[in-house]
Write a protein that binds this ligand. Structure first.
Ligand SMILES: C[S@@+](CC[C@H](N)C(=O)[O-])C[C@H]1O[C@@H](n2cnc3c(N)ncnc32)[C@H](O)[C@@H]1O
Length: 237
């Protein structure tokens, strides 16, 4: 099986336990990272009405609920939110949790929506699973309106060591596969996570790929001592 298809089947296999494993493994801190990403994006967007937010690699839909709730809190009218993911298993869980949200089975490299139609395209903890990442960035650029925003949350590789990085790596490579493996009964999937981060790009590389595709970087910040990173970039040309 080709690499991309293997990754998607892995998510199909862990879909039913994904949410519980996620909450346990992240101690719930991912909520504050997601909330901050949505708040900043709406701030940069600067409009009181937003036609379309597309959440790519939406999985079980959590980021979609952050887009929706943050819009309500800020008095922003969000007309439409679409979740896109190639894993039927993940989307089935999402549909049960959020029956009012719209989901679509598709990949980051072919979103299957109209060109220049989205105000915001987000991808949370999903871009490292996209094998053809630069092709996905080109697709995001095509599907965004002029001035539209791409919002990326991801665990990036941290090249500079230090005590905290050591602790983080111990958690990611030793504890996480055991705990995640026990909850999901799929050790392989939870060993994939630290490996996929280790193999992944640094924040600097992410910024340079986005700039190369025609985005201007508005935010590049890290949370919780570098565990998670947020990128917000605007389509400029
Ligand atoms: C770690 S989960 C993140 C889910 C969700 N965004 C969240 O924050 O909880 C990664 C998701 O990426 C999806 N994925 C894998 N390959 C993809 C691709 N080529 N295009 C879009 N999504 C993909 C998986 O199916 C999975 O649902």
């Amino acid at each position: 099986m080709e690499k991309q298809q293997k990754i998607i089947s892995m998510f199909d296999n862990i879909a039913k336990t994904y949410d519980i494993a996620n909450r346990v493994l992240s101690f719930g801190v991912d909520k504050s990272w997601r909330k901050k990403g949505c708040e900043l994006a709406y701030h940069y967007n600067g409009k009181e009405s937003v036609d379309l937010v597309v959440d790519v690699a939406c999985g079980t839909g959590d980021m979609m609920s952050f887009w929706s709730n943050t819009a309500k809190r800020k008095g922003i009218q969000l007309l439409s939110i679409l979740g896109i993911d190639p894993s039927v298993g993940m989307v089935e869980v999402g549909k049960k949790k959020f029956p009012d949200f719209e989901f679509k089975i598709a990949t980051a490299t072919d979103l299957g929506i109209e060109d220049s139609s989205a105000d915001i395209i987000s991808i949370s903890y999903g871009i490292r699973n996209v094998v053809e990442r630069e092709e996905a960035f080109r697709e995001f650029h095509r599907k965004l309106k002029d001035g539209g925003l791409v919002v990326i949350l991801e665990f990036t590789k941290n090249p500079n060591g230090g005590v905290f990085t050591g602790l983080r790596d111990f958690y990611m490579t030793k504890l996480l596969p055991v705990i995640g493996g026990a909850i999901s009964r799929n050790r392989e999937a939870y060993s994939y996570l630290p490996n996929s981060i280790g193999d992944f790009i640094t924040s600097e590389e992410m910024v340079s790929e986005l700039e190369k595709t025609g985005f201007e970087i508005l935010e590049n910040r890290s949370f919780s001592m570098g565990i998670s990173s947020l990128f917000i970039a605007r389509k400029v040309n």
